[in-house]
Design a protein around this ligand. Structure first.
Ligand SMILES: [Mg+2]
Length: 116
């Protein structure tokens, strides 16, 4: 089956890695965004099953974008991907109502939380 996924990540190289991992697991990448603002617009247009969301991006960051997406669609499923410092975001991620927070290099955990 696989999920329809919107990948939000401002590093082109990292975005490619994440998309490759997801595709190889049978998921479909329906869109890719490199800023929070684009993520919100693309979410509304594409209605993906899941969003993977980077935190640190130029312009609107991923946590702010996630809050806005959750305000637009309380059923939205957002998986927050951090770099090396995920624990400091744990409370905020819980408050937003995201489905999880994972280090972006832990691809096994990403796939587990995305589901199938
Ligand atoms: Mg980033």
């Amino acid at each position: 089956m696989g999920k329809r996924i919107l990948v939000v990540e401002d590093s082109t190289m990292m975005r490619r890695v994440i998309m490759k991992v997801l595709k190889e697991a049978g998921h479909e990448i329906v869109g890719e965004a490199s800023s929070g603002t684009d993520a919100i617009n693309m979410y509304q247009e594409l209605k993906p099953d899941i969003v993977t969301m980077d935190i640190t991006m130029r312009g609107m960051d991923g946590l702010t974008a996630s809050k806005e997406i959750m305000a637009l669609d309380s059923e939205a499923k957002i998986l927050i991907l951090s770099n090396l410092d995920e624990e400091k975001y744990r409370d905020e991620v819980n408050n937003i109502g995201a489905i999880g927070l994972v280090n972006k290099h832990q691809t096994d955990q990403i796939l587990e939380l995305v589901g199938n």
